[in-house]
Design a protein around this ligand. Structure first.
Ligand SMILES: CC(C)(COP(=O)(O)OP(=O)(O)OC[C@H]1O[C@@H](n2cnc3c(N)ncnc32)[C@H](O)[C@@H]1OP(=O)(O)O)[C@@H](O)C(=O)NCCC(=O)NCCS
Length: 139
């Protein structure tokens, strides 16, 4: 497995943004905390260019992109594996790799309540549940 830096300017942004956009399209509402409506591709490119996370990588396995992983400025990990590549240990390995290359005393992960698979993965990696966050949308 290899992590390819999304922000590295030696490789062009658009093909990377395209892969990340396809990955975003696959997310279903039970998984999605941050995106409830799909952005346009141009908005997505602008988002990538704004460097929203402190680290952001595309996960490659045998020269094939299989997913993405980021570390937010608050040390939150987000990991997304393409549907066709899930259940092969890539998610778990990518989280381990990200923590290895960014040593820290504490990592967090925000997981949507219905996402049992992701919860199981983080628990297996030694994470413990510390809070449940509620939201109320005001008119
Ligand atoms: C959650 C996700 C990242 C896991 O990655 P993955 O590569 O599919 O998972 P792995 O193969 O590494 O498995 C990791 C753990 O998940 C659990 N898991 C894997 N496949 C599973 C399945 N079919 N059903 C239930 N749990 C499963 C297991 O606990 C597994 O640990 P184990 O191998 O020690 O038993 C991936 O499924 C995904 O991208 N889902 C959509 C996006 C998402 O939910 N992201 C997390 C938000 S932070």
């Amino acid at each position: 497995m290899r992590l390819v830096d999304v922000y590295n300017e030696q490789t062009t942004t658009r093909p990377k943004a395209k892969f990340l956009y396809e990955l975003l399209k696959e997310r279903d509402p039970s998984v999605n905390i941050s995106h409830r409506k799909m952005p346009s591709f141009e908005d997505h490119v602008a988002f990538v260019d704004s460097r929203p996370y402190s680290e952001w990588f595309i996960i490659f396995v045998m020269e094939r992109p299989v997913g993405s992983i980021y570390l937010s400025k608050q040390n939150e990990i987000g990991v997304f594996i393409a549907k066709s590549e899930q259940g092969r240990g890539y998610g778990k390995s990518a989280v381990r790799l990200l923590m290895d290359i960014n040593p820290s005393k504490r990592f967090l992960a925000n997981v949507a309540p219905g996402n049992t698979r992701s919860m199981a993965m983080f628990e297996r990696l030694g994470f413990e549940l510390i809070q449940l966050t509620f939201r109320k949308e005001m008119p």
